[in-house]
Design a protein around this ligand. Structure first.
Ligand SMILES: C[S@@+](CC[C@H](N)C(=O)[O-])C[C@H]1O[C@@H](n2cnc3c(N)ncnc32)[C@H](O)[C@@H]1O
Length: 528
C-alpha cells in the first residue's frame, strides 16, 4: 500500500527511493523556527512520511476526573489498573498484572523513590504516581538509551526563556522538576551509579518546555490516549485550518502523516495545535499561553473566519431597534481591537466583548455539563441569539447537542417529533454542516462532528420518507448519500476508537439501507 501511495510511484524501493521520494524539505525562519515545505505536488491522502517516536508516554494533561480516579495507567502498557491492586515488584509503581513488564532502566530509577504514604487517599495516590513526570523521565533517559534520539529531542523548540515566570513554569517546578529531583534523581546521583550524565533542574525545565511545545496526542487501540514526541511530525507548523493529518498505529507505535487535501509544490505542511471550533480570541490566547506565538494564519486574519462567523456577535443596534448586523473585530489578532458592526455605526470595546464572552462561556459550559434536555437548550439558544451570531461557537456546541437529542432522547424519538421539529432539526444540521466545511474543508479535525451531523440528517430524511410515501424514494436516496459521505469523512479517524465504532455502525446501516432501496425499486418495478 505504501509504494502505491508514494509521491514517486515509478521509483524503486530502498534507501535511495526514500531519499529521492521524500516530497518535503525542512526549512527554517525567524518566525516559525523549523517547518516543512512540499517539494512537489502531493495528492490528498497520500502518505508524506512515516516515523517512529522519539518518546511515547503518559498523557501530559489529565482531566480533573482522571486526577481523582481510582484507576491509574499501568506503568508498562498504560492499561487502567485499580490503585493498589498490582505493583511492580521492583519499583512499586502500578502495573496491570504481575506479569506486565516495563522498561528496565526506567524501573530502576523509579525504584529509588519512596513508597506512597499509607494514609494517602485516591487523589494523593494519583498525585504520587505522576504520569506527566514519568513522561519527562522517559525523555531524560534517552541520553543513556538512545543518544541519536536524545540529540533530536534537544533540537526541538522549548521556549524555555518565555516560560520563565509563567504559571506553566511554576506548575512544572512544583509538580515535575522538584518531584523528579527530590524523589529519584538526587538519590540516583548519590548512588554514584553513573546512569545519567545530566539531570539538573534547568534541563528538566527545558524538557517540560519541549513537551509542552511539541507533544501530540496519540491513541492506543484500546482508546487510551498518550503523548508522543516525533522528530518530523512535531516539526509541522500550526494553522487554524490544517492541510495535513496524522494517524498513529498503536501496535507499531509509528505515526503516518498524510496530506489532507491536494498540496501544491511550495505549500507548507500544517496541522492545528488548538481547538478548531473555538473563536479567534480563544485560539490566539491558548496558542500564546502554551506555544508562545501569535498566530497570523489566514483564518485568524479574517474577521469572518472564512465566512463561518464563529466569533461574531449580534449587533444590538441602538436603544430603539436592532440593526440585524454582525459585530466583528476590526483586527482579529489584536487582543485590544475594537469591534464594529457590519451594518450600522455601532462599535464595542474589547473589555465589554471579553466580559460578555467570559460570561457566555461559563453559562454554556455549565449548561452542557449538566446534560440539558432539548427544551432547556432551545431556551438558552433563544436567549443567546440576542447576543451571539447563530454560528457562534457556543451556539454551534449547543446546536450540535440539540440535533442529537431530537430523535434520540426518551420521549423525543424521531417518530414522535412534529413535522416542524423535523424540519428544524434538518435546518440546524445544515447550518452546522456548513460551519464544519468552512472551518475544516478536508474534515481533518471535525470528522467525528461532521459524521454525527450527516448521520442525524440521514435519520431525519428516513423519518420524512416514512411520513411521505410519494417522496420516499428521493428522500431515502438522499439519506443514503449522506451516510456514504459520512463514511468517506470518517476515513481520517479510523485510528481512533470513536472513529472505528462509528464506522462499524455506518457500514451496517449502509448495508441495510441499500437492501431497503433495492426492495423499494423491485416493488416499484412490479407495480409499473
Ligand atoms: C511543534 S513546534 C514546531 C517545530 C518548531 N518550529 C521547531 O523548530 O522545532 C511549535 C513551535 O513552532 C513555532 N510555530 C509553529 N507554527 C507557527 C505559526 N503558525 N506561527 C508562528 N510560530 C509557529 C512556535 O514557536 C511553536 O511553539
Amino acid at each position: 500500500m505504501r509504494s502505491m501511495d508514494c509521491a514517486h510511484p515509478e521509483a524503486n524501493t530502498g534507501p535511495e527511493h526514500k531519499r529521492c521520494c521524500k516530497p518535503i524539505r525542512e526549512e527554517k525562519d525567524d518566525v516559525l523556527g523549523r517547518f516543512w515545505v512540499a517539494t512537489q505536488d502531493i495528492k490528498a491522502n497520500q502518505i508524506i512520511f512515516v516515523e517512529e517516536p522519539l518518546v511515547v508516554g503518559p498523557k501530559w494533561y489529565m482531566s480533573e476526573a482522571e486526577k481523582s480516579s481510582t484507576t491509574v495507567p499501568c506503568v508498562g502498557c498504560y492499561t487502567p489498573c485499580r490503585l493498589g491492586k498490582h505493583l511492580c515488584r521492583n519499583c512499586r509503581w502500578p502495573v496491570c498484572s504481575a506479569s506486565c513488564e516495563h522498561e528496565a532502566l526506567e524501573c530502576s530509577v523509579l525504584s529509588l523513590g519512596p513508597g506512597p504514604s499509607a494514609r494517602a487517599d485516591t487523589r494523593g495516590l494519583n498525585d504520587f504516581y505522576r504520569g506527566d513526570a514519568l513522561l519527562v523521565l522517559k525523555c531524560l533517559l534517552l541520553q543513556r538509551k538512545d543518544p541519536k534520539k536524545w540529540t533530536d529531542l534537544l533540537e526541538m523548540q522549548s521556549h524555555e526563556e518565555e516560560r520563565k515566570g509563567t504559571e506553566l513554569h511554576q506548575e512544572a517546578e512544583d509538580g515535575i522538576v522538584s518531584y523528579l529531583s527530590q524523589r529519584f534523581l538526587q538519590r540516583l546521583e548519590q548512588s554514584k551509579k553513573d546512569v545519567l550524565e545530566h539531570c539538573e533542574p534547568e534541563l528538566l525545565h527545558r524538557l517540560c518546555g519541549i513537551i509542552e511545545t511539541n507533544y501530540m496526542v496519540v491513541e492506543l487501540p484500546t482508546g487510551i490516549e498518550l503523548s508522543g514526541l516525533f522528530r518530523q511530525a512535531c516539526m509541522m507548523e500550526h494553522a487554524c485550518q490544517p492541510n495535513c493529518y496524522f494517524q498513529f498505529d498503536g501496535t507499531t507505535m509509528q505515526i503516518e502523516v498524510r496530506a489532507g487535501g491536494d498540496l501544491k509544490k511550495g505549500d507548507h505542511l500544517r496541522i492545528t495545535y488548538t481547538n478548531i471550533l473555538w473563536g479567534t480570541h480563544l485560539r490566539q490566547h491558548h496558542l500564546r499561553l502554551t506555544k508562545h506565538f501569535k498566530c497570523g494564519c489566514e483564518r485568524c486574519l479574517d474577521p469572518t473566519e472564512f465566512g463561518s462567523y464563529v466569533s461574531a456577535l449580534t449587533c444590538l443596534g441602538d436603544v430603539n431597534k436592532s440593526c440585524g448586523g454582525k459585530q466583528l473585530p476590526l483586527d482579529p489578532v489584536d487582543e485590544q481591537s475594537q469591534w464594529k458592526c457590519d451594518a450600522c455605526p455601532m462599535a464595542m470595546d474589547t473589555a465589554y466583548v471579553t466580559e460578555l464572552q467570559t460570561h457566555m462561556t461559563e453559562q454554556v459550559d455549565k449548561m452542557l455539563a449538566g446534560r440539558p434536555s432539548a427544551s432547556e437548550i432551545e431556551l438558552t439558544l433563544a436567549r443567546l441569539t440576542q447576543m451571539l451570531h447563530p454560528n457562534h461557537f457556543h451556539m454551534f456546541n449547543l446546536k450540535h447537542t440539540l440535533i442529537q437529542l431530537y430523535g434520540n432522547e426518551n420521549g423525543l424519538e424521531l417518530s414522535s417529533l412534529s413535522d416542524g421539529i423535523l424540519e428544524r432539526k434538518l435546518r440546524l444540521c445544515d447550518d452546522l454542516y456548513n460551519v464544519c466545511r468552512r472551518l475544516d474543508p478536508y474534515s481533518i479535525k471535525l470528522a467525528i462532528y461532521l459524521t454525527v451531523i450527516l448521520v442525524e440528517i440521514a435519520h431525519t430524511l428516513e423519518e420524512q420518507a416514512r411520513r411521505n410515501p410519494a417522496e420516499a424514494s428521493k428522500l431515502l436516496e438522499d439519506a443514503l448519500l449522506r451516510l456514504k459521505e459520512a463514511q468517506q469523512v470518517l476515513q481520517k479517524e479510523l485510528d481512533s476508537v470513536a472513529g472505528k465504532k462509528l464506522n462499524d455502525k455506518l457500514q451496517t446501516e449502509i448495508f441495510e439501507w441499500e437492501k431497503l432501496m433495492l426492495t423499494i425499486k423491485y416493488q416499484q418495478q412490479k407495480i409499473d
